[in-house]
Design a protein around this ligand. Sequence first.
Ligand code: GCB
Length: 607
Amino acid sequence: MILPQLTASRELIDLSGIWDFRLGSTELELDKLTAPLADAVPMAVPGSYNDQYEGKEWRDHYGYVYYQRSFELTPELALGQKRLLLRFGSATHNCVVYLNGQEIARHKGGFLPFEVRLNGVAQVGVNTLAVAVDNRIDFSTLPVGNEQGTAMFGAELPDFPSVTNTKLTPRNYPNFDFFNYAGIHRPVKLYTTPEAYIADIVVTTEQKEGKAFVHYQVTGAYDPVKGSSAPAVDCAVTLLDAQGHQVGAAQGVIGTIELASYTPWELGAGYLYRLQVRYGTDVYTQTVGIREVKVEGTKLLLNGKPVYLKGFGKHEDSPWRGKGLDESLNVKDLSLMRWINANSLRTSHYPYAEEMLDLCDRLGVAVIDETPAVGLNFPNLKDDWYQDHCRTAEHHREVITELIARDKNHPSVIMWSLANEPDTAVRAQSALDYFKPLYDLAHDLDPQNRPVTVVVCNNRYVDDLVAKMCDVICFNRYYGWYIFGGDLDAAAQALRYELEYWRAVNKPVILTEYGADAVPGLHQSTAGMFSEEYQVEYYETMNALLDEYPYVVGEHPWAFADFNTIQGLYRVDGNKKGLFTRERRPKMAAHYFKQRWGQIPSYYCKQ
Ligand code: GCB
């Protein structure tokens, strides 16, 4: 799937703005999709709905909500000879779409795009678009929600009819540590293409003997609007450098452009070429970064050079907007990443907006691209989660497929992460049986064959088989916080032990999360937990160890910025492990990392 573009052959109309909105219930109410929404309130799209209004009914809503807006179409758009499409960047989590009283689409999964053709349904003049979005999560969704029941807590509760769970008001119980924001989170766009159109473009690059080779494959499709027969279509491509000069050209839907000299895509220097594709009358421009990612022994190589990843796990999260796309926030976050001398991020714990990946391409930021598979871990479950409860496998395949289809061409994407912290140690074989086919699927689907990982965090890490199967060992660890909280000596020993353990696996290792909450402005002369000083001492202690191990090829402190979570004893107004506050002000630890990372080069740092 390619991102809609305004080109000489394609119109593009952004439907972002204020839509009509109403909260619903757990039943899909068709009249809210087929008739004007009564008592609607204004709601900004893109944006999460939860924090745009005050009150628990907004914040803690469970079930459907309804969005509506109208738009007018010219006769050319509604009845012309071009395909007319409606595309959602994302709607979280499940959604049903109606146009002019007719169902036109359904989509499962809150962090990936979907689109539908409107020809035959759209009309000249006013059209009414209505969208039902459901925020419910359970054992079949990604991310995973707890299905509330006594067994979940490892305790058999006595059956008092007045207090059993069946009497509780249904609500979401996220099995993950971020607020379950919902709504239309990314732009909704109308766009057109000719009937014979570019459906997909795949680009791979190679570097050999001082030359670069840009291989491309265009998938053309014919989708007649008015029943005409398929025209003969030819395909031609030209490659432009960053200054807009043509550096190569080719004919046909599959081909290679050879460059005798070229500029590779590097960390901190995201040099981009543009492949201009013409297929019949359709034109589209695909950006291309020439770079190669490879694992060799314990090294992660970018363009043949060993890299050291300095960066973050983060979230799409900010006040008011929740998880709604905010391009100025994305620019700011990447500007702060440059300020702090970072070179990479992980899209913890779901695919981020395509707009963010475009920025990472451009700024030379490496991305570990993660699926929304978070919460596949139930420490208190007595039985085998994968065998007995998990209903996610099929959806997991879907999200991996959709993610790679969406992000395959981004040079910034250097690795796929299939999941965050699934329980892969307690029932190790069962977890391996679950993950191995997904690992193979990701490799099969990716034309660039990037490394594939599963980010793990198991106390019994020696039992884990999934991490060892992966191309890169990515693990999260909170010694000094959840384990040995306040005791950095013990924490350091525990981390050393674990780092030693991974040595024998002989693969690159990235510490994809480690951190300590710090309440901004809480200072102590003798550092204790939750103070800014403790956060700094924690990182000084852990980083000293990371520096000792040559096979540790990356450090991603958790997290980039403070973020909102479900309420709980461990969370005072959200998770405070950010190096920046939720408003993006630096804590002491941000200054510490700026200094540290200023001295660690992106390449050859452990040579
Ligand atoms: C983790 C999770 C992350 C949490 C973090 C924490 O291991 O991957 O989602 O936010 O710990 O702060 O507890």
